[in-house]
Write a protein that binds this ligand. Structure first.
Ligand code: SF4
Length: 177
């Protein structure tokens, strides 16, 4: 039997991406649980923006969009089409397997990540500068969140279930009004 963490990452669903009209969200299902690799990803990857070790949920920034890892599912936002989604899922499977294969050389980092700095808050926003919150840019909204002038609920795109992990992290991260 192979030592790979996962053998297969199936595309199980696509849906419209509310953060960027015309693009899709891709939902993938690994054939084995993936939470065990997350502390090693947390130690290694520069683009981890939130990590909840208790829930086994980790969000990674990609350009554009996000990859969110759950114990038995992954979601990738702002994907061009199904073909690109399949390629991204295959690349994600390879990344998880590579990190898993090196786990004995990596000191795992199991602490949650949730620091309230403007760039961290910005990284959790959809990044589309759609102006639906009446701010000129997502960065302006991030500064307003840090200063307790706005709440995450005022970004309509965050209501999309694919941003659930980012929204929850923001609610825990930003100070109350
Ligand atoms: S923060 Fe504002 S500009 Fe950015 S996606 Fe949300 S509503 Fe649009």
């Amino acid at each position: 039997m192979s030592d790979a963490l996962i053998e297969n990452m199936a595309l199980i669903r696509t849906m419209p991406c509310l953060a960027e009209p015309g693009k899709i969200v891709v939902v993938g299902r690994p054939d084995r649980p993936i939470a065990a690799v997350e502390p090693f990803l947390n130690a290694l990857l520069p683009n981890v923006i939130t990590y909840n070790p208790q829930a086994g949920v980790m969000a990674l920034r990609r350009k554009p969009g996000f990859i969110t890892l759950y114990p038995d599912q992954v979601m990738i936002t702002q994907v061009k089409d199904t073909q690109e989604g399949l390629e991204l899922l295959a690349a994600l499977k390879d990344l998880l397997n590579q990190v898993w294969a090196q786990r004995e050389e990596i000191a795992p980092h199991a602490a949650p990540r949730r620091q309230a700095r403007p760039l961290d808050v910005y990284a959790l926003l959809p990044g589309t500068n759609c102006r639906a919150c009446n701010e000129a840019t997502c960065m302006a909204f991030a500064f307003a969140l840090i200063q307790s002038q706005r709440r995450p609920e005022e970004c309509p795109s965050l209501a999309d279930p694919v941003f659930a992990a980012q929204r929850q992290a923001l609610l825990e991260m930003v100070p109350p009004l």
